[in-house]
Write a protein that binds this ligand. Sequence first.
Ligand code: HEM
Length: 195
Amino acid sequence: MAAKKWPVALALVAGTLALMAGLITGGYALEGWQLAARWTARIGFPIFLTAYLGSSLVRLAPAPWSRALIRDRRWWGLGFATSHTIHLFALIMAVRLSPEPRTVASLVPGGIAYLFIFAMAATSNQAAMRALGHNWKRLHTTGIHVIWLIFTLAYAKRIPDMETRIIGITMTALALAALSIRVLARRQRPSALAA
Ligand code: HEM
């Protein structure tokens, strides 16, 4: 069955709507762009989790729906890159408008994650897979875990603050559950897969 590219369109539409919702709610100044950054990240997280979990879910629960996830995994990955490019646009605006300048050090972890996001998007094709050989898997496995880590840290960081505690706990729990699913899937014996 041919892969379905609609996750990219979904990410583009949902990311753009999140950006617009932020600006309509908070205005075209700092608050609006901060909300836009927050909500575009919130759209990106479930799209990321879909790409992150595809191969594990097909191992643990082989079924038409999980096979569809792995078949379309490239497009979920590109969908995530799309929505996170919208996050990048919103956060650049928020950082530029912020009266408190960010230290370079505070931009490093997110910046590294963006390098992986764009490198992974640029190599999400057959030609790059062939050209990179084993390094393709190294790049994509390292990248997906770096992105997972930045999401987890970004949400865990919200837990101490009363205002953002609920979203912080919920999303951190989701990120940890997703990691557990990957660990479980890796432990799945090959004989169980054949069954
Ligand atoms: C240097 C790069 C980055 C900067 C400067 C940045 C900046 C921002 C800003 C300004 C916000 C809104 C803060 C608020 O709630 O008021 C935000 C939210 C967020 N960002 Fe980014 N970001 C960066 C990269 C990333 C990356 C790579 C990820 C994930 C892989 C990410 C995940 C998040 C998450 C999870 C939120 C919170 C969303 C929520 O509250 O639900 N960010 N970021």
